[in-house]
Design a protein around this ligand. Structure first.
Ligand code: AMP
Ligand code: GLY
Length: 428
């Protein structure tokens, strides 16, 4: 079978790397891919923002399975454009179901109907109403652009002044464009974070190893939010009881709710969770694999990823789980007992503006316990150069979290490019 992956980041490199190992697969393409995906996939020149162009490519080239990496093509309806047949399957949710991520307001409304635990919130379309509201409350809160803002539309605020500034940046200065036409202001939750991803077929789901990512740019979780600066799996805070609780109260009710609404959810559902003193609460849903969580989840997965994707796309996951007696929360049965850690090497200036085109040296060879997933890189004259904010995901495996981190950090220290930055406290 031929598999096409849409996207160009570290997540897509990890997907291509894993999918390449599948017994079903004899060709992998990545559109557009990056400097690292070329080692496991053919780079495909395709406008992934055009659903019609994607479907034409898939039909012309007999692609059996298409895997959508980023949220934008999903929100754009790429899945909806696929023919309803069993020969061109696509892994991912419809545009309607993707609103779980592309409209934070809608997502909050669905959570309320489904009874999912989450932070209290209010929605605003007028900046002055929002400023009056945050000023009158004068407490710590979180201000979020409702639309898609590449993980950068969230402002965690200590007080009313910071919140008013966030409202101004989003709604008046329009720092995130139309994504900020509407905002939500949330109660600020305290606790530790967890990312729980589940493969879903519209009704049933199976969770993947719980992960933790580190979203802020600075050590000690300081500075602005980024797409993610590193991750570990398993997340040591996520006991088996907590994973079951999250599977039952955070994943399952959303699937039931969306199915009843006529927008069944297929693909990966990613719950960003805060483990609070009052139990786990949802920070957000994403409608795709996490980046960089995928880079620590897939190396631990010990079943064929393409099998899971085909079961999801063809709505047969539930039957399969029943057949092998696997419960939705029992991730341990489908992963190795190892630990995995990834450290993001980023360009100086990220998540603001940064320079590109810096020569990269010191890239290690892949081994059993080390793999470097490329994100913002490109091939130049036989070498590799930086081509984005997040450049590389240096990923270590080990029998403990410490040994996985040690492997990742020692390789990260050997890799050089001008302006390289990284957090030293991933997993801490
Ligand atoms: P989101 O993109 O909504 O997950 O938000 C990005 C990050 O902002 C999360 O990973 C948290 O670190 C933080 N965050 C979002 N919502 C809240 C909240 N209600 N309380 C505390 N922190 C939050
Ligand atoms: N790591 C956060 C995200 O993928 O949205």
């Amino acid at each position: 079978m031929k598999v096409l992956i849409l996207g160009s980041g570290g997540r897509e490199h990890a997907l291509a790397w894993k999918i390449r190992k599948s017994q079903h697969v004899d060709w992998v393409g990545c559109a557009p891919g990056n400097g690292g995906t070329t080692s496991v996939a053919e780079s495909v020149d395709l406008d992934i923002s055009s659903p019609e162009a994607v479907v034409k490519y898939v039909q012309d080239n007999e692609i059996g399975l298409t895997v959508v990496g980023p949220e934008a093509p999903l929100a754009n309806g790429v899945v909806d454009a696929f023919p309803d047949d069993q020969t061109h399957l696509v892994f991912g949710p419809s545009a309607a179901a993707s609103r779980l991520e592309s409209s934070k307001r809608w997502s909050k409304e669905v959570m309320a109907s489904a009874g999912v635990p989450t932070a209290g919130w209010r929605g605003f379309t007028n900046p002055y109403d929002a400023i009056a509201y945050v000023s009158s409350r004068n407490t710590a809160c979180v201000v979020k652009a409702s639309g898609l803002a590449a993980g950068k539309g969230v402002y965690v605020c200590d007080n009313a002044d910071e919140a008013a500034q966030a409202v101004t940046s989003i709604m008046i200065d329009r720092d995130h464009g139309a994504a900020g036409d509407e905002i939500i202001v949330e109660e600020r939750l305290e606790g530790t974070e967890a990312s729980l991803l589940a493969v879903c077929d519209g009704i049933d789901h199976v969770v993947l190893v719980p992960a933790r990512d580190h979203k802020r740019i600075g050590e000690g979780d300081t500075g602005p939010n980024t797409g993610g600066m590193g991750a570990i799996a398993p997340n040591p805070e996520m006991t088996d009881e907590l994973v079951k609780l999250c599977s039952d109260t955070i994943i399952a009710p959303i699937l039931t709710e969306l199915k009843a609404d006529g927008t069944p959810y297929k693909g990966v559902l990613y719950a960003g969770i805060m483990l609070t003193d009052d139990g786990p609460k949802v920070l957000e849903y994403n409608v795709r694999f996490g980046d960089p969580e995928t880079q620590v989840i897939l190396p631990l997965l010990n079943v064929d990823l393409v099998d899971l994707m085909l079961l999801s796309a063809s709505e047969k996951l539930g039957g399969f789980l029943k057949q092998i007696g696997l419960e939705s929360h029992d991730w341990r049965r489908i992963h190795s007992a190892q630990h995995c850690a990834t450290v993001v090497l980023a360009s100086q200036g990220y998540p603001g503006s940064y320079e590109k085109g810096k020569q990269i040296s010191g890239l290690p060879n892949e081994s059993e316990n080390l793999v470097v997933f490329h994100a913002g890189t490109k091939l130049v004259d036989g070498g590799v150069a930086t081509n984005g904010g997040r450049v590389l995901n240096v990923t270590g495996l080990g029998d403990s979290q410490e040994s996985a981190l040690l492997r990742a950090y020692s390789a990260a220290d050997e890799i050089q490019f001008e302006g390289k930055i990284m957090r030293r406290d991933i997993g801490g």
